[in-house]
Design a protein around this ligand. Sequence first.
Ligand code: GLY
Length: 320
Amino acid sequence: MWGMIATWRMAVEGITKGAQMLKNGGDAGDAIESAIREVEDFPYYKSVGYGGLPNEEMEVEMDAAFMDGNTLDIGAVAAIRDFANPVSIARRLSHEKVNSLLVAEGAEKFAHKEGFERKNMLTDRAKAHYRKRIKEMSAQAASQKLKPYSGHDTVGMACLDMTGKMTAATSTSGLFMKKKGRVGDSPISGSGFYADSKKGAASATGLGEDLMKGCISYEIVRLMGEGMHPQKACETAVARLDAELKERRGEAGDLSLIAMNPKGEWGVATNIEGFSFAVVTEALEPTVYLVTRQEDGLCTYEKASDEWMENYMKTRMAPI
Ligand code: GLY
């Protein structure tokens, strides 16, 4: 058995490529890196890689991570600028015994030394979004809160190859208009991602500050390790964290999770409307699903229609 599951519709081209590798006996590390790079390289996705929306100083600062579920190796970068593929730098760092999570200038220096591709990640389109938001913000109350860019956030993936190896990886430009130096859940082990080939792998998208309060990716992997099906594990962890945050703080940010176990069974859960995900397994061609959350915290999903898929791309590429 092999498979991949990923947050958001934007991941479907990437997992399609990854599936080709897995089908031919490819490695879960290579497949997930290649799948995430595909998303990082596409200029119209506003929250990952090239074309990602900038921080309040109009700089694209990116976070990414990679985890090998066999060795438990973890590598991550945070607030890195001007490199094309943060996930590849994270994977390279996962081979280091120490210094495996690097931030800002330190991460950039490492990436430069290792010969990773430099790239100005701020596109004209992202600049236009920035200027538009500045205008909107000056027209609104100063108390307006930052939100993850609507319906479209971190790419996070879980992957299983034919040998039973599992990996998890993430990549994001984080919250639009975030403070310089702000780091979300995506490069933080256990929060944005976790992989253990004996139990499963999970990854998150949503409001990093709240996802981190529950170490939610680790929690899902832990529940799968106790024998819970990935769907139940995702629903249980999301419902619990959502309820705890609401009880203690009066509100919960966006929490959406995907997971897969070593049998290739998978699951998703969310506390928002409009979460989409992409999945492929030996038995299922690459498919995009839309999730609906029921009152009781259970989540159902249905295949995205052709119309939805067409509309999605039109919206991404529409003039600003
Ligand atoms: N989940 C991405 C972030 O909060 O940065």
